[in-house]
Ligand binder design. Structure first.
Ligand code: GSH
Length: 118
């Protein structure tokens, strides 16, 4: 898998989730500050919506949206604490939280705790 992400962006949550699962993935720098990937490709060829994160699966399928990507990662490896199992109310409460965009304050809080953000 490849994760297109950018330092300091909401893609950090997908990066952390992938590390938590131990899944093999290649991070690809797709800075939100430049329209080109590190190797020079116009990044809109890869991510037509123009934003990160974008997860490219083994078969080449590309998935966008933090909420969907985090769920996809959590469903591949059942790591405790990453997402409640299907059928549990907590799973749908988590989906509701993500739908409200509540991941982003969480990322900012984590980054502040690590001294990466003031
Ligand atoms: N709806 C998208 C929004 C993603 C998003 O806003 N990504 C920001 C970084 S946090 C981005 O890439 N911004 C660059 C841009 O919009 O050009 C999601 O939930 O994944």
């Amino acid at each position: 898998m490849k994760l297109y992400d950018s330092p300091g962006a909401c893609s950090l949550s997908a990066h952390i989730a992938l590390h938590e699962t131990g899944l093999d993935f290649a991070p690809v720098l797709a800075s939100t500050k430049t329209p080109r990937l590190a190797e020079g490709t116009d990044d809109h060829q890869i991510k037509p919506l123009g934003y990160v994160p974008l997860l490219e699966l083994q078969d080449g399928t590309r998935l966008t949206e933090v909420a969907a990507i985090l769920q996809c990662i959590a469903d591949q490896v059942p790591v405790p604490g990453l997402a409640p199992p299907t059928g549990e109310l907590a799973r749908y409460q988590l989906m509701a939280l993500r739908a409200r965009g509540a991941e982003r304050p969480g990322v900012r809080t984590a980054m502040r705790a690590k001294g990466l953000l003031k």
